[in-house]
Design a protein around this ligand. Sequence first.
Ligand SMILES: [Zn+2]
Length: 496
Amino acid sequence: MSLSTRARMRPVLYPVGILAGFVLFLLVKSGVSPYSAGRPLLIALGVGLALPWLFGLLVGDRDRAGILAILVVMVLLAGQSALAAALLVGILAVLLAESWTGRAGARRIRWPLITRAMSAVTAILLVAIGILAVQNGGIVRIPRDLVAEASIGRLGSSATAATVAHPSVYLVLLDGYPRADKLGTEFGIDNEPFVQALQDRAFTVAATSRSNYQTTELTLASMFSGRVPSDPEADTATIRPFISDGEVIREFRDLAYEVVAFSSGFEGTALRGADRFVDSGQINEFEWELLQLSGLAPVLDIVAPTLLADQHRARVLATFETARTLASEPHEGSRLVFTHVLVPHSPQVFGSDGAPNEIRGIQVPFDDSDEYTILGPDEYDRQLAGQIAYLNGRVLELVDAIARADPNAVVVVFSDHGSGIREGVVTGGSDPDLRTANLLAVRCPGRQDIIDDRSTLVNLLPRILRAYTGSGPEDVPETIYGEPVDGKYVVFDRPD
Ligand SMILES: [Zn+2]
C-alpha cells in the first residue's frame, strides 16, 4: 500500500470518542464553566483524531492503527495505574505475537471485529455521559453558560442608561490575606508598615474586620448576591451562579457600570458573567485536575517539575500587570473591576524580592494547613513573610496606578478569609477565629461611613452603591458563619 493510499484511509473514531469523553465527563461532573474546559477539549479532539491517522500511515491498516491509538490514549488517561499498565503490556504482547506468527491460519485475530466492538463500547460510554448530564443538570447548564458567559454581545448592553457618572469601583481580592493583628500574633509578622501605607493613601483599614464565611465561594456568593445557597455544602454547579451572576453585581450593571473581572485560575469563584472576563491563560483548576488524574502527571514531575508553581506565579504577575494597564486605559463611564489573585494564600511562590520559591511536583499545596505541615512553623512563617512583603509592594503599585488615573475611584483591598493553617475545635474545619480574621481596607473618596473597625464583607458593595449612586440593596445581618456541620452553618460569635 502506498503512503498516499494510507493517508486517504479512513481512521477509526473511537480513540477520539474515549479521549474527548473523558474531558466531557469531568466537565459534566465538576460543574465548572465550559470555557475552562475549552483548551483540554480541543487538545483531546486533536490528539484523538491525529493518533489513528498517524498509526494508519505507519501500519497501513485502520483497525490495527486504532488499537495502537487507543493504547496511547490509555497511557495518557491512566498511565498512573499499575493495573492499566499491566493491561497495556498484555495488549501490546498480543499485537506483537500476532504479527510474528504471520497472517495465515485459523488463529488470525479479526481486527475489524475489535474496531466494531470498541466503537460500540465508546458509543455506550458517550451515552452514559449524556445520561449523567441529564441527571445532574449539565445538559441545561453547559449550553446556558456557553451563551451567558460568552464575551461577545454583552458589551454596550448596559451603557445606554448612563446619565450620571458614578465613581468606578476597584475590588482587589488578595486571597487568604490574614488580618494585621493575626499576622503579628500567629506568624510574628509586623504588617503595620503596610497598614500605614494604605492609610497614607486615604484608606480606612478595619482593625478587627471579619469575613462572614470561611470559604472563598461563600464569601463571594454573599458579597455578589447578598445571599448564599441554602445547602451549606453546595457543589460548584450550585454555587457558581451566586458569584458569576449575582444580584448585587446586576445592580451595578443596571447603573451602567461596565463589569470587568480577572480569572484567579479557580473556576468555582470566577465572575464569569462580567462584561469583560480577563484570563491570562495559565493552566486553570480544571486543567490542573485533569493533569493530576492523567498519565502525564508522573512524566511532568520529571520533565517540568516546577510547572504548576511557575504557572501559578505567572498568573499572579500577569494579573497585576493587566490590572495596572487596565486602570490607566482611557475609558468612558463607570467600571466595577474585580481583581482576584491567589496570594498570599498557599502555596508560597514568591520570595520577598519577587524571586521564585521553587515548588516541585504537580501536587502543589493550595491548602494553608497542608503547606504549614510540609514546611513546619518556622519555615512557613519565614516564607509567608516574604510572600506578603512582595505582595504588599505590588498592591501599593496597583493602588497608586488606579488613584493616579482616577482620583475619584473607590478602591477596596480585602481578603475573602484569613489564614487556614489551624483546625477549629468545634467544627473540625479551619479555626473560625483565625480563618475569618481578614484584611479589609476601603478608599472611599468623600465618604467616611462605608466601613468601621468591626465591619464584615456582606454589606460592603450595597453600602458603596447606596453611598455613591443613591440606590442599592438594604443591609443584611452581619452574621459570621463557621464551617457547616451536619448540613447547618455554625454561627460564630465574635470574640473581639
Ligand atoms: Zn480564598
